[in-house]
Design a protein around this ligand. Structure first.
Ligand SMILES: NC(=O)c1ccc[n+]([C@@H]2O[C@H](COP(=O)([O-])OP(=O)(O)OC[C@H]3O[C@@H](n4cnc5c(N)ncnc54)[C@H](O)[C@@H]3O)[C@@H](O)[C@H]2O)c1
Length: 333
């Protein structure tokens, strides 16, 4: 055993979780990944132990928490495909809601270990106003978004009734990869725009579908707010630090306040890589809002993070491209 303070990271073998584990280790914590590897990867767990387990398993959670006595928990473990959540809501309600409930009860049993929770801008649904502040009404339009809202509600009730403190971070679009290309995004299937666009530079790969070219936006394509995954990891550290200093529960948007359209993302990707993205235009997907951009003011006031200092789209795509190249080489070997 080490004398470093342990942090329980559910879903630490996944994309955002593994980057956060690296950030935790860099400031002296021991990140303990708790993951059933359903969507995560052994190779992504490099900065602390991997404890295989399911958040739905209270006995295993109890055992791992009892072994490491973490000072805090960061909860990434979830299913996160919007379309799949519409086709199979039971899978999402069970894993994301029942799994989170099981985790919250384990944290309570061990003296109310404070928690940082991965929420999502999907809890806002398709708001009429933009930028989106934390007080914008949360009206999710798919089961995935609803599961995140349900957990936020649980957190608020558990705080009021039992004193369990938590910060829910409502991410906009996480993107990019570790600056050393040790880890990066690897979802199966991949539904996120940037890795899809990079894949679609290979003429043998599937072309990129640009869903919707008639949105009420300057170039007709949908606008999203992209946050570099390393900046997102740093926000988790800030939220955890606030809780460890005795700070109270909160909900905070994690975006930059700047949006980029699908066509802008493609143009930057082509400029950064010097290659063309093979693409075709497709109809809008049901329920895809034209524009989701965060009002990032609270990020500054609540967590002391200045989104003006976050990495921009060029840096995001350059890091994703380095990782993509490494992944292609590794998978071809
Ligand atoms: N990627 C984004 O842009 C984005 C945006 C908003 C919110 N989020 C949320 O952030 C979190 C992390 O997203 P990601 O992109 O890193 O996803 P990911 O799929 O890469 O990681 C999720 C991890 O959770 C694990 N997991 C899932 N169910 C589990 C269970 N029952 N028990 C134990 N482990 C389990 C998976 O094996 C995987 O390693 C998710 O909660 C997601 O909803 C992501």
């Amino acid at each position: 055993m080490t004398d470093k303070a342990a942090v329980l990271v559910t879903g630490g073998a996944g994309y955002i979780g593994s980057h956060t584990c690296k950030a935790l280790a860099q400031v002296g914590y021991l990140p303990v990944t708790y993951d059933n590897l359903i969507g995560g990867h052994n190779w992504a767990v490099r900065w602390g132990p991997l404890e295989e387990g399911d958040i739905l398993n209270p006995g295993r959670l109890n055992e791992v928490i009892g072994t490491y006595l973490p000072v805090a928990a960061i909860h990434f473990a979830a299913f996160a495909y919007v379309g799949e959540s519409v086709a199979n809501p039971a899978k999402y309600y069970h894993n994301n809601i029942c799994g989170s409930l099981s985790l919250l009860d384990a944290l309570r049993r061990h003296g109310n270990i404070p928690l940082v929770f991965s929420s999502s801008c999907a809890t806002y649904g398709a708001p009429d106003t933009c930028p989106i502040g934390e007080s914008t009404r949360q009206v999710p339009i798919n089961p995935y978004g609803f599961t995140k809202l349900a957990v936020e509600r649980m957190l608020s009730d558990y705080h009021a009734a039992y004193g369990l403190r938590a910060v829910a971070l409502r991410y906009f679009n996480a993107a990019g990869a570790d600056r050393d290309s040790e880890i990066g995004e690897r979802h199966e299937p991949e539904t996120h725009l940037i890795p899809q666009a990079l894949k679609a530079m290979d003429e043998d790969a599937e072309a990129l579908a640009v869903f919707g070219t008639d949105f009420p936006t300057p170039d007709g394509t949908a606008i999203r707010d992209y946050v570099h995954v390393e900046d997102l990891a740093a926000v988790h550290l800030a939220a955890m630090t606030r809780l460890l200093a005795g700070g109270t529960s909160d909900c905070v948007n994690v975006g930059t306040g700047k949006g980029a359209s699908v066509r802008e993302v493609i143009a930057v990707a082509e400029r950064v890589t010097g290659r063309s993205v093979y693409r075709f235009n497709a109809p809008r997907r049901a329920g895809d809002p034209p524009k989701l951009v965060s009002d990032p003011s609270r990020l500054k006031t609540a967590l002391g993070m200045d989104p003006a200092l976050f990495m921009g789209l060029e840096a995001i795509i350059a890091s994703a491209w380095r990782w993509h190249t490494r992944l292609v080489e590794r998978e071809a070997a």
